[in-house]
Design a binder for this molecule. Structure first.
Ligand SMILES: CC(C)(COP(=O)(O)OP(=O)(O)OC[C@H]1O[C@@H](n2cnc3c(N)ncnc32)[C@H](O)[C@@H]1OP(=O)(O)O)[C@@H](O)C(=O)NCCC(=O)NCCS
Length: 174
């Protein structure tokens, strides 16, 4: 399913756009200064983008149909007593020239609109590095509350070798 608002379109990951999503994921410039290129090969990424049951991947396009980034939301079941879902948002405006033009905020607002209509949604959250002012500001503009660092008893995201104190957690509850 594709979605759009007045500024961006979210086109579901498919065999037609997956190569661009893979190329951006493996490109440090597209990832920006605060995200790392994952240690995955093209085949593994393709499988993740097209077949992962917990994540919905999208190509972000502007109103002229220019591809500008990739986006996903991911379901987490932190509360094992219920079927409620806490959704993680994750965004890259991959084209550097398109950053700072409102697309990141618009994409995340669109995701909120989509996910809050789903009955099973408990909350939406995102995390980013402490220094990532653009993403922090964008999340604040979308209405998220700053919760603290990523050492959180409910939002139990495992960052592996990364230090959770270097990340801030933003949550939107309904
Ligand atoms: C972080 C990111 C998603 C933000 O999206 P964007 O389209 O560039 O940001 P927006 O244009 O929506 O701007 C959001 C706010 O941040 C501010 N901002 C944007 N870029 C900024 C920068 N480099 N430094 C400081 N503030 C910045 C904007 O001015 C705006 O605030 P304002 O309306 O109060 O002026 C995008 O820059 C990006 O993808 N960067 C690389 C990947 C990344 O860091 N992803 C998130 C990591 S979890």
């Amino acid at each position: 399913m594709d979605y759009q608002n007045d500024k961006v379109k979210l086109e579901k990951a498919s065999k037609d756009n997956v190569n661009l999503l893979i190329n951006w994921t493996l490109d440090p410039i597209a990832q920006g200064p605060y995200k790392k290129v994952p240690n995955m090969n093209e085949k593994e990424l393709k499988d993740l983008f097209l077949n992962n049951e917990d994540r919905e991947y999208f190509l972000i396009k502007n109103k002229s149909d220019k591809p500008i980034g990739r986006f996903y939301f991911r379901k987490w079941h932190f509360n094992q007593q219920s079927n409620l879902i806490d959704w993680e948002l994750n965004i890259i405006i991959a084209d550097e020239e398109e950053r700072g033009k409102g697309y990141g905020t618009s994409t995340q607002l669109l995701a909120i609109e989509i996910l809050k209509k789903r009955e099973e949604t408990n909350s939406i959250f995102a995390y980013t590095m402490n220094e990532n002012i653009a993403e922090r500001r964008s999340l604040e503009k979308c209405g998220f509350d700053l919760t603290g660092n990523l050492i959180n008893p409910y939002y139990r995201v495992n960052l592996g070798a990364l230090n959770p104190e270097n990340f801030v957690l933003y949550v939107l509850k309904f």
